[in-house]
Design a protein around this ligand. Structure first.
Ligand code: B12
Ligand code: SF4
Length: 422
């Protein structure tokens, strides 16, 4: 049986550099697909999608809301030719009802231990329209190493630089922040994977640079300490969401190779200032993730926030516009207040206002979004600031003998030479 797994393209945010990270949901799902299935993969961000082939089944994986409409288009195309389509992934769960209209089957929830059931049903001609495992989480021990062999690895290098590989050490999140749908998806219970499985997976990744995509590592202090202790000998360099702000944990994180963290910044408080300093004192970089358009922000507030970011010398900043995604607390609030402008999911990119802001107009918020990018990156572009972060990691790799960039760069330039001469 041939299953063609597709990751539809989503619209990039206008201010983002032109590189793509390897998708994580598809490779983790692929690990659950039985070996006797002939699985092929197309990530539409980096590969052309052939819509004229005839797989036995098309499987579409969607992570973001703005990716879903493109997934529907692809599905409609295949189904019109009689090829069955199944959808899964985060955004399938968030948009289940609409997705059903474009699918033979939708899969809701985590796939470990369940995919063989789906395949078996399909082969017996009794594929169900819905596999609903939402909230019914599989045994975390079943989460195996992701099947990264399905990726075209070179497609994810950027100008000859090896970018990060994605991996996760836990699921679930015990917090419930207002813009986030993660508690709806993965539940409020923190579900760590066994250490030996995580370490084995990390060791097996042929890349020194990782993005640990766990929702938040700051969920259990003892777990976090032990994870970092066990990671030290691997000498990997990694990026993650926030780490618990305790001195000994931050020390361990730095020793375990923490390169930079994504830190949400909502205000200009001394708490945030102190947190950023703690990271930086240990050589850990900080990329701020800044949501614009919250109810407490007005135009002046946003300007003060940007000044603050420059003053605390953030390494990078990623600005997004507050977006009331499905199954988030903020959506419930805005629905109750009748402030949502439309449900055109293509435009739910977090790059434009899709709701009525409380303290400025829609136009002003969009203008402030661009102001934020332009002001923060006034003297150095995002590419330049990123290059500086990469320089830091390269120096650390050279110092501890884990650097393999020369080989990669050579391959990149050899390829360039080839294309010029042909
Ligand atoms: C990693 C990540 C990213 C990475 C993605 C890199 C990549 N190439 O994949 C990056 C940093 C790029 C990213 C960016 C953004 N992200 Co993000 N991200 C995540 C995060 C933390 C983890 C996703 C993940 O990998 N999960 C682990 C995998 C293994 O789980 P999974 O995909 O569910 O897969 C399982 C099942 O679903 C199933 N499955 C998967 N596919 C399929 C297919 C089939 C056929 C089947 C049967 C089953 C199946 O099998 C898997 C194993 O069980 C999630 C939060 C979360 N915990 O989900 C947010 C999340 C997806 N991101 C979100 C947001 C808001 C964003 C941004 C818009 C804003 C931002 N700055 O965060 C930007 C996008 C900007 C843009 N337009 O370009 C939101 C989604 C909002 C939405 N509804 O669109 C989430 C949910 C977090 C949140 N705040 O609520 N993100
Ligand atoms: S924003 Fe992060 S910490 Fe907050 S609920 Fe979402 S995943 Fe958890």
């Amino acid at each position: 049986m041939w299953m063609k797994l597709i990751y539809p393209e989503w619209p990039k945010l206008p201010n983002q550099p032109e590189f793509h990270l390897p998708p994580h949901g598809p490779v983790v799902f692929a690990a659950t697909v039985p070996d006797d299935v002939n699985l092929t993969f197309c990530d539409e961000h980096v590969q052309p999608l052939d819509l004229n082939d005839c797989p036995d089944m098309v499987a579409i994986s969607c992570m973001l809301s703005c990716q879903v409409p493109r997934g529907w288009e692809i599905a409609d195309h295949y189904r019109a030719r009689g090829i069955p389509v199944i959808f899964g992934g985060i955004a399938t769960q968030l948009h289940a009802e609409e997705t059903r209209l474009h699918a033979d089957s939708i899969f809701l929830g985590e796939a470990e231990g369940r995919t063989p059931i789906v395949i078996d049903d399909f082969l017996k001609g009794r594929l169900k329209p819905v596999y609903d495992y939402h909230g019914d989480f599989p045994d975390i021990n079943l989460v195996g190493p992701a099947r990264r062999s399905i990726l075209d690895r070179e497609a994810y290098n950027y100008r000859g630089t090896q970018m990060v590989d994605l991996v996760h050490a836990s699921r679930g999140c015990r917090f419930n922040c207002f813009p986030c749908c993660t508690p709806f998806l993965g539940g409020r219970q923190f579900r760590p994977r066994p250490f030996d499985k995580v370490i084995e997976e990390l060791e097996g990744i042929n890349n020194n640079r990782l993005f640990i995509v766990d929702n938040s590592l700051a969920q259990d202090d003892d777990w976090e300490r032990e994870l970092f202790r066990q990671m030290i000998p691997l000498r990997k360099k990694w990026v993650s969401h926030p780490i618990r702000e305790k001195d000994d944990i931050l020390d361990l994180a730095a020793e375990a190779g923490c390169w930079y963290v994504y830190q949400a910044i909502f205000d200009t408080s001394d708490v945030i200032r102190a947190r950023i300093k703690k990271y930086k004192d240990r050589g850990i970089g900080v990329e701020g993730t800044i949501i614009l358009g919250t109810d407490d922000q007005d135009e002046d507030g946003i300007k003060r926030l940007i000044d603050f970011l420059l003053e605390v010398e953030l390494d990078l900043a990623e600005f997004t516009v507050l977006t009331p995604f499905r199954h988030t607390p903020i959506r419930a609030q805005m629905e109750a207040e009748n402030r949502i402008l439309h449900n055109d999911w293509r435009r739910y990119t977090a790059g434009e206002a899709v709701f009525e802001p409380a303290r400025m107009s829609v136009e002003k918020l969009n203008e402030m979004f661009q102001y934020a990018w332009d002001t923060f990156y006034y003297d150095q572009t995002k590419e330049v600031k990123m290059a500086q972060l990469y320089r830091k990691v390269i120096m650390r790799e050279v110092a501890d003998g884990t650097h393999n960039q020369v080989r990669l760069n050579k391959k990149h330039w050899d390829k360039k030479k080839e294309s010029v001469s042909s």
